[in-house]
Design a protein around this ligand. Sequence first.
Ligand SMILES: Cc1cc2nc3c(=O)[nH]c(=O)nc-3n(C[C@H](O)[C@H](O)[C@H](O)COP(=O)(O)OP(=O)(O)OC[C@H]3O[C@@H](n4cnc5c(N)ncnc54)[C@H](O)[C@@H]3O)c2cc1C
Length: 330
Amino acid sequence: MQLTKQLLDQRTDPLYDVLVVGGGAAGLSAGIYLQRYLLSTLIIDKGKARSFWMQELHNYLGLAPDTPGREVLKQGKDHFLSLEGDHLNGYVEDVVDEGDSFAVRVRIGRSNPTYRVFRSRYLIAASGVIDHLPQLADMRNVFDYAGHNLHVCLICDGYEMRDQRTGVFGNSEGSLEVAFPLEWFTPHITLFTNGAFAVSDEFRDRISAHGFTLEERPIVRFLGENHRMSGVELADGTVVELDMGLVSMGSKYHADYLQGLDLEYQGGNLVTDDMNRTTHPRIFAVGDLKVGMNQVIIAAADGAKAATQIWRDIRRQEGHRRAGTERKVA
Ligand SMILES: Cc1cc2nc3c(=O)[nH]c(=O)nc-3n(C[C@H](O)[C@H](O)[C@H](O)COP(=O)(O)OP(=O)(O)OC[C@H]3O[C@@H](n4cnc5c(N)ncnc54)[C@H](O)[C@@H]3O)c2cc1C
């Protein structure tokens, strides 16, 4: 059921089998499997998923290559709700391990928010990451093209860039390294620093050996129309024409709510075992937030694995059947 502020007042002290933080591809996949294992599940999602931002899911077996991410999310959420899962639009602020269960504090609503604590036996962190974008005076100008032909993912969109004049937008010398695997798809590469950082002589020599162009002047704006970026205008009025862009500026990891828990990270990503269990026995991590490839097909598989392992755990603990018994949620 889609929970609202009003419906929440009718529920007293619910204990879910599993609470999933994040309703993107990974969280919804987990939710569908969990409900099909007869486990009570609450998905809490603050919205604006990477999955939603994806204009076209190019490489998912069974879906047309122009399928928008928002359609995948809508279909996944409808499917989850049809299996009697609970879904709440809210922001998870904090998780406390109480021993047998977690207390999960959630902010509901942006203006005039209310706060609620939900409890669950298991937790799945499916809260993903979000890409950093070039910081220009007019961010609307950046959002007009980001996710269209100003890409953020080489694995997803390298194929679209083949033999195209492609600009790489970085925020450090290291971030511009993506140009070398990008060369697999196109030799026409210009690297942009936006005047924000210095480049070493060694790096200059490497990119010049590969035939890339380096542009260090600040960027004023992206040019184009109808969400098709066609180049950039630099501070001195110079226009650099491009067919495609690739932003490589790292990501923000959505894991603030896990701060009070002792979990292992690699960079910002959670470390898990093969079934996506973290170093905490009752916390799983799926999708972009965990170590691995940031792809929808991986996120969906992650959800299936975590749900299946949680079902095995609970089945072993309870040692009896669930069918025909009351659901645990109040
Ligand atoms: C422009 C673009 C194009 C892409 N193209 C492709 C492609 O063609 N093929 C492909 O396979 N992949 C593609 N990807 C990658 C793909 O989108 C991701 O790998 C996938 O969406 C990851 O799913 P996820 O569920 O882990 O994260 P997300 O989809 O980001 O979902 C995480 C959800 O958790 C929510 N959340 C975060 N913190 C909290 C909190 N504290 N409380 C509650 N909710 C929270 C977020 O708001 C979000 O809704 C693309 C990505 C982008 C940005």
